[in-house]
Design a protein around this ligand. Structure first.
Ligand code: ATP
Ligand code: FE2
Length: 325
C-alpha cells in the first residue's frame, strides 16, 4: 500500500509519499516566506500553495519513481491551520482523489508531527512535547486518544521566538535566528510561569520586549528567553512523566530543532533514567510525509473522521480517535 500526503496548513506546501513499511519514498516541499519583520499573511501563503501545488506533486511522484496509478490512498492536512491555506490543500486533494479515483483521508496536522516522530525515531509510548507555531503541548497516549496533559494558556513557544525575531527586525520563522543570537548572550531575569502542567509565555515575551526596548542587548534577551521558556517546558514535561509513569520523551514540531532545548531535555530525561528522542531535522517542520504516514495508518485501521466539513481550522488533537497505536 502506498500513500500520498499533502501538507498545507500554514507556511509550507508539501507532498510526501510513504509505503506500508514506513519507508519515505519522497518528501518534496516549498515554503512561503513572510515579508521581513512581518508574520504570515494567510491569503499570500494560500496563493503560494496554489502556485506550487502541481509542481510539488509532480516532483514528489518523480522522486518516488511512481505515477498516480500506483497510489492507494490520498491524505491531506485538514486542520488545524489557516483557513485559506487549508482550503487550497483540501480542494487540490479532493480534485486528484476524484480524477484518479482514490480514497481521500483527512489528517490532523499535529497527529502528523507526532507519528512522523514515532516512525523516524522508534519511540514507542513517549510523552510527546509538541512545540511549533500553533502548538505548545505536552501529550501522551491514553485509551485511544492523544491526551493533552499540559498546554500553553496563551501564545505558543513558536509565537514567542517568531514575535521576538520580528521585534528585532528579523524575518519569520525566527527560531533559528534567535537560537544563533542566544549563543552569545548572558542571563537576565524574566517571568517564569507554570501552573500544574500548563504554561504561560505572554508575560515572559512582554517583559523581554520591554527589556529590549530599554537597551538590553538582543543576544542577552534571546538567551534569557530561551533559558526561561525552555526550563518551563522541561519542568512540566517532568511532571507529566512522573504522573504517567512513562519514561520516553519525544520532541516534535519546528522548535524541536533547537539544540539548546534538546540539550536541556537530554539532562532531565537522563537524570530520570529515561530516553529522549528528537525528530530528525528534516521531519521537524511541516512536510507531506507526516500526513501521508498518518493517512496510511488511519486508512488501514478502518479510519473514520469526526470532521463535518472538509477542513477544520481549530481541530483539537485530543478529538481524534487513534486506532493504530
Ligand atoms: P503547527 O504544527 O502547530 O500547525 P507550524 O506548522 O507553523 O505550527 P512548525 O513548522 O512545526 O509549526 O514550526 C515552526 C516554528 O518552529 C516557528 O515558530 C519557528 O520559529 C520555530 N523554529 C524553527 N527552528 C527553530 C529553532 N532552531 N529554534 C527555535 N524555534 C525554531
Ligand atoms: Fe506544523
Amino acid at each position: 500500500m502506498i500513500s500520498l500526503g499533502l501538507e498545507g496548513t500554514a507556511h509550507t506546501f508539501g507532498c510526501g509519499i510513504v509505503n506500508e513499511k514506513g519507508e519515505i519514498l519522497s518528501n518534496e516541499k516549498s515554503s512561503y516566506i513572510a515579508p521581513l519583520g512581518k508574520g504570515i499573511i494567510p491569503t499570500d501563503a494560500a496563493e503560494h500553495h496554489s502556485k506550487v501545488k502541481e509542481e510539488i506533486l509532480r516532483r514528489s511522484l518523480e522522486k518516488a519513481d511512481i505515477t498516480m496509478r500506483d497510489i492507494d490512498v490520498i491524505a491531506y492536512s485538514a486542520g488545524p491551520g489557516l483557513a485559506p491555506c487549508l482550503l487550497v490543500t483540501a480542494n487540490f486533494a479532493e480534485k486528484i482523489s476524484t480524477d484518479y479515483n482514490k480514497p481521500l483521508v483527512p489528517v490532523h496536522h499535529g497527529v502528523g508531527h507526532i507519528e512522523i516522530g514515532r516512525l523516524t525515531t522508534g519511540a514507542k509510548d513517549p510523552i510527546i512535547v509538541y512545540l511549533s507555531g500553533g502548538h505548545t503541548a505536552i501529550i501522551g497516549y491514553t485509551e485511544g486518544y492523544y491526551k493533552i496533559f499540559g498546554e500553553t494558556e496563551n501564545i505558543t513557544l513558536g509565537n514567542v521566538v517568531d514575535m521576538l525575531a520580528r521585534e528585532i527586525g528579523l524575518s519569520s520563522p525566527g527560531g533559528p535566528y534567535i537560537e544563533k543570537l542566544a549563543l552569545k548572550g548572558n542571563f537576565v531575569e524574566l517571568p517564569y510561569t507554570v501552573k500544574g502542567c500548563d504554561l504561560s509565555f505572554s508575560g515572559t515575551l512582554t517583559a523581554a520586549i520591554n527589556k529590549l526596548k530599554r537597551g538590553i542587548p538582543k543576544e542577552d534577551i534571546c538567551y534569557s528567553v530561551q533559558e526561561t521558556c525552555f526550563s518551563m517546558v522541561v519542568e512540566v514535561t517532568e511532571r507529566a512523566l512522573a504522573h504517567t509513569g512513562k519514561n520516553e520523551v519525544l520532541l516534535v514540531g519546528g522548535v524541536a530543532a533547537n539544540k539548546r532545548l534538546q540539550n536541556m531535555f537530554d539532562v532531565m530525561v537522563g537524570e530520570r533514567g529515561g530516553k529522549l528522542y528528537v525528530v530528525p531535522h528534516e521531519y521537524s517542520g511541516d512536510q507531506g510525509a507526516m500526513i501521508s504516514w498518518v493517512g496510511l495508518l488511519s486508512y488501514k485501521s478502518g479510519w473514520s473522521s469526526n470532521l463535518k466539513d472538509k477542513i477544520n481550522p481549530r481541530w483539537r488533537i485530543d478529538e481524534i480517535k487513534i486506532n493504530w497505536f
